[in-house]
Design a protein around this ligand. Sequence first.
Ligand code: BMP
Length: 249
Amino acid sequence: MAFNDLIQKAFQRNRSKIVLALDLELPDRAKLAEQSERILEDVRSYICAVKINRQLVLSLGLRGGVDSIVKLAHDFSLPAIMDAKLNDVGHTNEFMMRSYIDAGFDAVIASPTAGWEGGLDSVFSLATSHGKSVILLVYMSNPGADAFYSIAASSRGSEPRPIFEMFAEMAVERNADGVIVGATKPAIISRVRELVGSELAIFSPGVGVQGGDARKALDAGSSYLIVGRSIYGASDPAKAAREFRALTS
Ligand code: BMP
């Protein structure tokens, strides 16, 4: 089933717009795998997807490691997103994208900074041929993000405008299945919503520890909130996930 259908179904089943960022860091590989799986199991009814980042890929490896967590997510009928922020030249992007697809991921996050030709073209083309999704990073949640994503730039003689607007338009033009915009930047979320229209999913990380406000992000146009430490770092992750879910209804 395609990523969009999987996340929609999970959203309807669990009444949740929360994507769990499963970014645990533990020195012991076996404990890391066990604890990551336990948290996913505990919160599975309160989330609509799981996002895996380099913390798990670097520590567990893809084969015989992260792929088991992806399988577990699928057993719970939850889609799995790989937060790869792909931004290299074509053949390297292609290798990474193929590896994540082979590991079972339904969607992969890419950064638009490499540009299209010889950069993201291979990522989108692999995604299309394998029925997978690409989510494009449009504006990051960290305080320093403004120094880059708001730079006014001009493309091929057009009027200068913030670079994130070009990234949002690239997502639409290239048929991405979603964009990432930090929950800490509600005004940017509103602007991106105007640019991408009502259909494209906006995923917003930065709620909780980073200080973003769930309600403000959703009111500004976010479709889903990505939450990590405030859930997996809580003494009772299921309770924390349930409380975040309540903020999204
Ligand atoms: P936390 O809720 O613990 O702050 O985690 C947020 C997650 O979202 C992390 O996996 C991080 O890499 C990711 N993320 C982010 O925080 N801001 C961005 O702009 C883009 C991200 O992918």
